[in-house]
Ligand binder design. Structure first.
Ligand SMILES: C[S@@+](CC[C@H](N)C(=O)[O-])C[C@H]1O[C@@H](n2cnc3c(N)ncnc32)[C@H](O)[C@@H]1O
Length: 387
């Protein structure tokens, strides 16, 4: 059976998610702002949850339709094939309703009407007036954008950024999905050194190590869909077996995380251990001003402080100026930093080769991209003429 799926992503990072979905062999149907639609059979649901690093969830699309009145919302939702996807004892509930630029805008009313319509639809099939809801959870999500309604079942449950490793966080941690997307936007590969001089709880180094060692982001967690009737248990097990078979644990990587705060460095180490990648990363307490390296062609990928509090904001010009000086001393390196500080580029002192607007929730941030040269190609032994 073929299913239509959709996954949300940060605004501005649709291309990264699209590439990830295509890379695991699924068909892309269309891309919209902040979401990618794709399709596949039940294995696609399990594999998307297991392997996608840059989305928060895998949603099974139940239906899309126009609705300008609550009657239209009710009738169209009722007409969908709910009973093909949920058993009689399913504990279904509308977890979230969001409406943008639409006539129907009250989240609580949308939730209530959709919930009622699902019950009516299920009554028709199961010939009962009462649903115990004593079975597994089936979270339903509804979004309305310009009167176009999208109704889906959430197959992920807890957000996919929760990989299970980050128990301890810095003051302003970046989400795992956003960190992974930024790393995947850069040309970094596991054979190049990567440094995060403001590593906080270690999200960039840990996500890079997971990518480099081919460790699937869903390897150590469970998904709501594991209890759903439309994906057999064996399919989930196959996805996990595939993930394990793709791991390259013996890879060598040079990944470093530094932070000025000794406590957060300890937390980062612990998080890396939980993620099973502590062997690939060196964490150390260090002021960014002391950053130096003998190596060439490395990568800095980081999110520096952006002045969450007013007194911190005053220190930003100095900090970004020092950053510009410290990074500038690294020979032939590339650097990427994401920040919402509007004067970042000015004080850093060098115009970015590219800058990309990315919405981190409601916060508008920019990823500043500075590309260093590529390392010279290694001579293949066959081409080396003995003296
Ligand atoms: C926005 S947070 C980084 C969050 C991190 N990406 C994470 O996911 O947890 C900025 C970090 O910079 C650190 N920091 C501030 N000034 C610093 C300096 N001069 N040198 C090194 N780290 C510094 C803070 O302690 C904080 O952990």
């Amino acid at each position: 059976m073929q299913y239509r799926l959709l996954s949300p992503c940060h605004f501005g990072l649709e291309a990264v998610l699209k590439r990830e979905i295509a890379d695991i062999g699924l068909n892309i149907d269309r891309v919209e702002d902040g979401r990618v639609y794709y399709s596949g059979d039940e294995t696609a649901i399990a594999r998307a949850n297991m392997f996608l690093r840059t989305t928060e969830r895998v949603l099974l699309l139940v239906g899309e339709f126009e609705a300008r009145t609550y009657d239209e919302l009710f009738e169209n939702t009722k007409a969908l094939n709910w009973s093909d996807l949920m058993p009689e004892d399913a504990n279904f509930y509308v977890t979230k309703a969001a409406s943008i630029k639409s006539r129907l805008f009250s989240p609580s009313d949308i939730q209530r009407i959709v919930g009622k319509a699902i019950v009516e639809s299920m009554k028709g099939k199961y010939r009962t007036e009462y649903f115990s809801k004593s079975g597994f959870e089936y979270p339903v999500r509804v979004t309305i954008n310009k009167d176009r309604v999208t109704v889906s079942i959430d197959t992920s449950g807890e957000s996919l950024h929760k990989r299970g490793y980050r128990r301890l966080t810095a003051k302003a941690p970046i989400t795992e999905t956003l960190a992974a997307a930024i790393i995947m936007l850069t040309p970094w590969k596991a054979d190049r050194i990567l440094v995060d001089p403001f590593c906080g709880s270690g999200t960039f180094p840990i996500e890079a190590a997971l990518i480099g060692a081919g460790i699937a982001p869903g390897r150590n967690r469970s998904f709501a869909g594991q209890n759903h009737v439309y994906v057999p248990a064996k399919t989930w097990k196959d996805a996990l077996d595939e993930a394990v078979s793709l791991e390259k644990r013996d890879v060598e990587m040079q990944i470093r995380g530094y932070d000025i705060d000794p406590e957060i460095v300890k937390a980062a180490r612990q998080n890396a251990k939980l993620a099973g990648v502590d062997g690939y990363i060196h964490f150390q307490q260090q002021d960014m001003r002391e950053l130096s390296s003998q190596k060439q062609y490395g990568f800095v990928i980081t999110n520096p402080p952006y002045g969450e509090r007013l007194e911190e904001k005053a220190a930003l010009p100095h900090l970004y100026k020092a950053m510009g000086e410290a990074f500038g001393k690294l020979k032939n390196w590339s650097y990427f930093f994401i920040t919402s500080y509007e004067d970042a580029e000015k004080y850093f002192g060098r115009k970015a080769d590219k800058n990309r607007k990315i919405y981190n929730g409601m916060i508008r941030t920019y990823l500043y991209e500075y590309y260093g040269p590529k390392p010279p190609k290694k001579e293949s032994p066959a081409n080396i003429i003995p003296e």
